[in-house]
Ligand binder design. Structure first.
Ligand code: NAD
Ligand code: IPM
Ligand code: MN
Length: 361
């Protein structure tokens, strides 16, 4: 049995955190005899520099034929003024669309030993364990028209928010299926007091919810949700929401844990799954060996669980992350809490050594 994993390090700290993930993947592949073959390709700014295109067709094809994809991050100031079809972020959008990755899972877990690491009071964040289920291939990101045109002699920007019933139904089922395996509550977040897409969203979610009588449904307006995430984050189990709201709320939720460097994600659809940290390429800290690789390592755990069918390898990584955090180790972004501050590569090595120690013991 062998598995193919495509690695897309991308730009900035993307390459630094994926390097740490490679060490863990190689070890777990050997240890469990999974036979993972990795293949590395350029995406984002790195691909623009080499090939003048954010992602080559053959890279998209390689991802489609792989068992899983691990992406670091794309983007950076060097490419910020490029035209919209030549922006590094286009690579990410194309991969999501072409791989059909409509279901983006972003788990937010506050480790008890890290409750002091959040800028919020420890009693507010202690015990937080929520999952953002973000629709990933619709809404404002993809709706047409999307352009800057001339209207009444003036430059005018247009983006289009568009959702079909089918798109809403499938992400709703994904959220309710996830809630069934958790604490059985879905908060559907929309702006149904204003937006037509949200009115259809609310109606559709309510109808699908009837198929899940064992799961509690509440609707919440997105502005209120942004506030409740700070006021009482423990009140959430699964947050179901559209693409743009999910993007914003998940960065906000990241700070419950203390750092965006802690938040992993899985993007799922009918084919190959893609795994990536929620954070970006962090140009302000790139090249310094201080980026926190834990979001990426936790994403690798999700990859073993959802795409490689290897729960044991997934829990090995998650248990090692908990053990290392509980022992007071962390990276610079979490240093207000950490007793031992590690570099990116030291953190990768630490996690690997804890995995090996446990497997040998
Ligand atoms: P960002 O997430 O890159 O950085 C925001 C802040 O968080 C920065 O101060 C950064 O240093 C810090 N940070 C992020 N990840 C960290 C980590 N692992 N460890 C420690 N600190 C970390 O967001 P941004 O600055 O708004 O965007 C920078 C670039 O990244 C942009 O070009 C943006 O388009 C791109 N981006 C890409 C992705 C992706 O590829 N998935 C996601 C978000 C942003
Ligand atoms: C994310 C990022 C992306 C998004 C960007 C880089 C296109 O912010 O994955 O959260 O907005 O989806
Ligand atoms: Mn984002």
């Amino acid at each position: 049995m062998s598995k193919k994993v495509v690695l897309l390090p991308g730009d900035g700290i993307g390459a630094e955190v994926v390097r740490e993930a490679e060490k863990i993947i190689a070890h777990l592949s050997d240890h469990y005899g999974i036979g993972i073959e990795t293949e590395t390709h350029l995406v984002g700014g790195a691909s623009l520099d080499a090939h003048d295109i954010p992602v080559k067709d053959e890279v998209v094809e390689a991802c489609k034929s792989a068992d899983a994809v691990l992406l670091g991050a794309v983007g950076g100031p060097k490419w910020d003024d490029y035209p919209s079809d030549k922006r590094p972020e286009k690579a990410l959008l194309r991969l999501r669309k072409d791989l059909g990755l409509f279901n983006n899972l972003r788990p937010v877990t506050v480790f008890s030993s890290l409750k002091d690491a959040s800028p919020l009071r420890p009693e507010v964040v202690d015990g937080v364990d929520l999952l953002v289920v973000r629709e990933l291939t619709g809404g404002l990101y993809f709706g047409e028209p999307k352009e800057i045109t001339e209207v009444n002699g003036e430059e005018t920007g247009v983006d289009t928010m568009r959702y079909s019933v089918t798109e809403i139904e499938r992400i709703t089922r994904a959220a309710f299926d996830a809630a069934r395996k958790r604490r059985g509550k879905v908060t559907s977040v929309d702006k149904a007091n204003i937006l037509a897409t949200s009115q259809l969203w609310r109606k559709t979610v309510t109808r699908i919810a009837a198929e899940y009588p064992d799961v509690e449904l509440e609707h919440m307006l997105v502005d209120n949700c942004a506030m409740q995430l700070i006021r009482n984050p423990s009140g959430f189990d699964v947050i179901l929401t559209e693409n743009m709201f999910g993007d914003i709320l998940s960065d906000e939720a990241a700070m419950l844990t203390g750092s965006i460097g802690m938040l992993p994600s899985a993007s799922l659809g009918d084919g190959t799954g893609m795994y990536e940290p929620v954070h970006g390429s962090a140009p302000d800290i790139a090249g310094k060996d201080i980026a926190n690789p834990l979001a990426t390592l936790a994403s690798v755990a999700l990859m073993f669980r959802f795409s490689l069918g290897h729960e044991k390898a997934a829990s090995d990584i998650e248990e090692a992350i908990s053990a290392v955090l509980n022992a007071g180790y962390n990276c610079k972004d979490m240093s207000r809490h950490a007793r031992h501050v590690l570099s990116t590569s030291e953190m990768g090595d630490k996690i690997l050594s804890v995995i090996i120690e446990k497997q040998d013991g």
